[in-house]
Each structure stands twice: as structure tokens, then as C-alpha cells.
Design a protein around this ligand. Structure first.
Ligand code: CA
Length: 359
């Protein structure tokens, strides 16, 4: 379309709009600080924040810069929600379930025991009601969220001693992420909520008896295999834990429409990149861990069954006393039921056949 026909078709409003179009190149310079809950050494999970910052910078020709800060640099790992809520940083990258002590509903933004897997979580967020419901909830904390990565199903962690039945969980001091502690303490576990960077020394000193983090690639980097030999699976409390970018709502709303779109696109890229990194890097790390003496063990059936029962009871109890949780969990659990009905015919059958082949 030539200039004359634009004028003819669009009239004065169109000319003004056309004149405003190149404004993406005339955006104000923006500087944001991002507080991460994850140690720099983890290129997977900390790396999502670096990906976000890099994409935002590249898409704005360097006008919008985000500095990424590891825990302790400007605030502690578990201080980031307060930081974003109060506006002391514009953005954080974290696992929402760390904050279930404020309200159990935070757990539904990451993972709950026997919850959604990674594919299901992304589907619930982007195409189900997940994003809408969680945003309504996070608005109470002056935050807007964007999905910021998923680890996929995790391992069950590193234990100094073998777990042969549910009885062996009694009195076990176990570093376990998020809401899982509320289930496991019903089986006698003494759950410990410790940031990633502080787990190794606690396990080495024997302050704790067992610790889970994510999976082979990260666990190898953090060195847990050196201090606890038994490596359990599956991490049934984290079938598909999602990380989030939490953005202070005033800071986000102050952005131009173009910058808002860029932030959204950068978060989406960080979200898919993280899962790809884990899926690509975990296989070799698992081989390396087993080669260096890690003993793989499946959780006993009675541990799985007792944990499942305890989890479902807990969700009923929380639903009875927490309206925020009830509203989100009602939708979440329906999505889980429908999705598992579908996947049982497709992903589950295909995966189990392929994994049994000798290729
Ligand atoms: Ca974990």
C-alpha cells in the first residue's frame, strides 16, 4: 500500500497512528533490577533470568536493561516476594511455592504433590484458567506473573540411609521444596525449607538427613552425591514445577505497550528454554552420577500410597478453610483429571513403549 492510499483509506487517525508506529525505536531507557531465588552456578534455573534479560535487551536495542542478582546480592532468596510487593525491585524470578507460608495458594503456582506435570501445567496456565486465576491471587501482593520455566518431573532426592518403608520416614530431617513438607510431615518427616545454595553444607554437616533439589544436572553441580548415596525417584511432589517471573504491577503498568509485549515474549522464551535445557542435560548427568556411585532407588509403594492419601486429605482441609486456595484448586483439579484421562491414551502409552525398547 502506498502512502496516498494509506491517507485515503485511514483518514487523519490513520496518519497519526502511522506516524506513531516507529515509536518502538524511541522508547525511554529503562533499568530494572531482578532478584533471583537461585544460585548463579545453576545455568538452568538461574539461567532463565539471564535469558529473560538478554532477550529484553536484544529486542529493545539495548534500551531496556535488566540486571540479574543472585540471592544475597540485594535480598535473600526467600525475600523476593516482599521485595516485588514493596517495589524495592521491579521483578523477581522464583518458585511461587516457597511462599506457601503467606498463603497455601502460592503452591498451586509451582507444584503440589501429585499435581500437574510440565506439559499439563503449561496448558493450564496459557490455555486453561491457570494464569487468570493465579493473577487474581497475585494481585493481592501487587504482582503480575509470567511463567518462567519448568524443570519437568524431578527426582526424589538424596538420602544418607535407605528408605525401605514408610516407617523409615519417621523423624527424618528432609530438605524438601515448598508444599510437599505439609504432606510429608503427616508421615513423620521433619521438613526443612532451605534455599538451593545452602543445602549442601547442611547435608554435609548432618544437620539434615536427606535433601532434594531438582534432578541429575543441577544435583551433580551442587554435589549432593558426595554426601548422601541413595538417589530416590520419582519426586512425586514436583511432577512439573513451574518457576515464575513476578513483576511489580506499578512497574509493569508503567511500561509502554511495546515494552509490555517484549517482556511477555522474553518470559515465554525463558519458559520454554528452561525445560529444553533440563531435558537435554539430565540424561548425561544421570549416567555420570550412577558411574560415580549414586545408588538409584524407587520410593517404596507404601510411601507413594501413604503420601497420596495424605495429600488428598490435606487438599480437602485447606479447601475448607482457605477460599483463595479453594477457588484455584477446584479448577486445577478438574484440569488434572481431564488431562490425565487424555494423556493415559497418548503420552503415557507411547512413552512407556519407547522406554522399554533397546535402541
Ligand atoms: Ca525440588
Amino acid at each position: 500500500m502506498d502512502r496516498r492510499s494509506i491517507i485515503k483509506n485511514a483518514g487523519i487517525a490513520g496518519i497519526l497512528a502511522a506516524g506513531a508506529a516507529p515509536a518502538v525505536h524511541a522508547q525511554a531507557a529503562i533499568r530494572w533490577r531482578l532478584a533471583s531465588s537461585f544460585p548463579k552456578a545453576l545455568d538452568t534455573i538461574h539461567g532463565a533470568a539471564d535469558t529473560f534479560a538478554r532477550v529484553v535487551k536484544n529486542m529493545t536495542g539495548g534500551k531496556f536493561e535488566v540486571s540479574v542478582h543472585a540471592p544475597g546480592e540485594i535480598m535473600p532468596a526467600f525475600g523476593v516476594v516482599d521485595g516485588v510487593q514493596q517495589g524495592s525491585v521491579e521483578i523477581a524470578h522464583t518458585a511461587p511455592y516457597y511462599f506457601f507460608g503467606k498463603d497455601e495458594t502460592f503452591a498451586l503456582g509451582t507444584a503440589i504433590p501429585f499435581g500437574l506435570n510440565s506439559r499439563q501445567m503449561t496448558a493450564w496456565m496459557y490455555e486453561g484458567n491457570g494464569m487468570k486465576l493465579m493473577r487474581e491471587f497475585y494481585a493481592k501482593y501487587n504482582m503480575i506473573n509470567f511463567p518462567g520455566g519448568n524443570t519437568g518431573a524431578q527426582m526424589g532426592g538424596w538420602f544418607r540411609k535407605e528408605i525401605k518403608s514408610v516407617k523409615d520416614l519417621k523423624g527424618l530431617k528432609f530438605r524438601v521444596g515448598g508444599f510437599a513438607g505439609k504432606v510429608l510431615d503427616r508421615l513423620g518427616v521433619i521438613p526443612q525449607n532451605i534455599p538451593g545454595g545452602d543445602i549442601y553444607p547442611a547435608l554435609e554437616k548432618g544437620t539434615i538427613d536427606a535433601a532434594e533439589w531438582v534432578g541429575p544436572y543441577d544435583d551433580l553441580k551442587l554435589g549432593f552425591n558426595k554426601v548422601a548415596p541413595f538417589y530416590y525417584y520419582p519426586g512425586f511432589w514436583e511432577g512439573g514445577p513451574q518457576l515464575d517471573f513476578f513483576i511489580n504491577d506499578k512497574a509493569f503498568n508503567a511500561l509502554s505497550p511495546e515494552y509490555k509485549a517484549i517482556v511477555e515474549a522474553a518470559c515465554a522464551q525463558a519458559h520454554s528454554d528452561m525445560q529444553a535445557k533440563y531435558d537435554a542435560r539430565n540424561p548425561a548427568a544421570l549416567k555420570q552420577l550412577v558411574g560415580s556411585g549414586a545408588k538409584l532407588r524407587e520410593f517404596p509403594k507404601d510411601v507413594m500410597a501413604a503420601s497420596f492419601k495424605a495429600a488428598m486429605e490435606l487438599y480437602e482441609e485447606v479447601s475448607a478453610k482457605n477460599e483463595n486456595w479453594k477457588k484455584v484448586y477446584t479448577d486445577y483439579s478438574k484440569f488434572r483429571a481431564d488431562s490425565n484421562l487424555w494423556f493415559r491414551f497418548t503420552e503415557a502409552k507411547f512413552d512407556s513403549f519407547m522406554q522399554a525398547q533397546k535402541l
